[in-house]
Design a protein around this ligand. Structure first.
Ligand SMILES: Cc1ncc(C[n+]2csc(CCOP(=O)(O)OP(=O)(O)O)c2C)c(N)n1
Ligand SMILES: [Mg+2]
Length: 401
């Protein structure tokens, strides 16, 4: 406890009381910030929990989209293992964060994603065919095959294209939020990032400028315990991410990211506050990356298979939410098996179509940045064409020249 002197220093930043004690602010509170949840591990509603009611229609769509995302991930992952895709990253274990947060937003809210939130696009209506086209980089891919798989984007769905450079989307989101503020729009910007992203300077710069400019932006951190092989204990010494909000003057909440109902309620409430009060909000969603970081990683090299399995079984976001919708009479074994077989069929068909669709013309590698291509780009294009001509066997035959 501080002994405060009534005397104050009238400092440019406001009035500050004096104290005669040498007392440092503690590096941590005695107790960790609690985690908001609505459903317990078994999917039972916790008595007296506060939550935003969801209609049957929304609840069923949340669950169906979580299942769809899981099936899409499993099929794309296997396709990569068969050598049909160059790369893939699953969102397994993080389906509730993906889908329930998206459900709490409106289509006018502008999304600035990392790479593990394809569920937000799925919720907004991106089709399995559109996902497959991007992963195969074919001529129907909006990115014209210029990005790695899972780097989706959609103008129509207000979803900025994924950028692989960690945390660069955060300052962009604040700029977009400030623009929405100036235009007095009934919308906010929403940016997603991982625990690893909080170690980037961009995270801190973005939080600070958002607070100062009172920008309506939601910072949604998926704290899944790992940044590739780096555990959070090597990432920060604070009580996770949630406490960093206060240092920048940002209202913050910690949520059980595997509880779809809690995620929905927290994001819904945060969105209303962000727009009504014109302020940023930080949400730390605690979860676990059940999949490998990507297909370039084998996570059993740095964590036990037992730990992964425990999270997959005991903390599964799908089974928890399913128990709740079933208890409301909104779901059954029959709807589950119908949905799974329909989505699996649709996914395999989307994969088949995307794979046999022609690739974008080689020329697209050099266009769209400059009105008139500079000489170095023209030289590079010439060099590529000459090399292909002299070594045609080393280049894919399905890329039109
Ligand atoms: C600026 C930058 N540094 C390093 C990398 C390499 N990298 C790709 S993903 C990743 C880990 C990110 O972890 P986190 O933000 O926790 O997200 P998660 O993969 O857990 O969803 C790193 C270090 C990168 N893409 N960009
Ligand atoms: Mg992480």
């Amino acid at each position: 406890m501080w002994t405060l002197n009534v005397q104050v220093m009238d400092f440019p930043g406001g009035k500050v009381a004096f104290t005669p004690e040498i007392q440092f602010i503690s590096e941590s509170d005695k107790e960790r910030v609690p985690c908001y949840r609505v459903l317990d591990d078994n999917g039972q509603l916790i008595t007296n929990s506060q939550f935003v009611q969801v209609s049957e229609e929304v609840a069923v769509k949340i669950y169906s989209d979580m299942v769809t995302l899981q099936i899409m991930d499993n099929i794309f992952y296997e396709a990569q293992r068969q050598g049909r895709l160059s790369f893939y990253a699953t969102a397994i274990g993080e389906e509730a964060i993906n889908i329930a947060s998206a459900a709490a937003l409106t289509p006018q809210d502008v999304i600035f994603p990392q790479y593990r939130e394809p569920g937000v696009l799925l919720w907004r209506g991106f089709t399995l065919q559109e996902f497959a086209n991007q992963c195969f980089g074919n001529k129907s891919d909006y990115g014209k095959g210029r990005q790695m798989p899972v780097h989706y984007g959609s103008n129509k769905l207000n979803y900025f294209t994924v950028s692989a450079t960690i945390a660069t989307q955060l300052p962009n989101a604040v700029g977009a939020a400030y623009s929405l503020k100036m235009d007095k729009k009934d919308a906010c910007a929403v940016t997603y990032f991982g625990d690893g992203g909080t170690s980037e300077g961009d995270f801190h710069a973005a939080l600070n400028i958002a607070a100062v400019m009172e920008a309506p932006v939601l910072f949604i951190c998926r704290n899944n315990g790992w940044a590739i092989s780096t555990p959070t204990s090597d990432q920060f010494r604070s009580d996770g991410v949630v406490v960093k909000g206060r240092a920048y003057g940002i209202r913050s909440i910690r949520v059980d990211g595997n509880d779809a109902l809690a995620m929905y309620s927290a994001v819904h409430t945060a969105r209303e506050m962000a727009i009504r009060e014109q302020r940023p909000i930080l949400i730390e969603a605690l979860t676990y990356r059940v999949g490998h970081h990507s297909t370039s990683d084998d996570s059993t090299r740095y964590r036990s298979a037992g730990e992964i399995e425990w999270w997959n079984k005991a903390r599964n976001p799908l089974s928890r939410f399913r128990t709740w919708i079933e208890s409301n009479g909104w779901w059954s074994d029959k709807t589950e098996s119908d949905l799974r077989s329909r989505i699996k069929k649709e996914m395999l068909e989307a994969l088949r179509v995307a794979e046999k669709t022609e690739k974008p013309n080689l020329q697209n590698m050099f266009s769209d940045v400059y009105d008139v291509p500079p000489s170095n780009l023209r030289e590079q294009e010439l060099l590529v064409r000459q090399t292909i001509n002299s070594h045609p066997q080393d280049y894919p035959s399905d890329v039109p020249l």
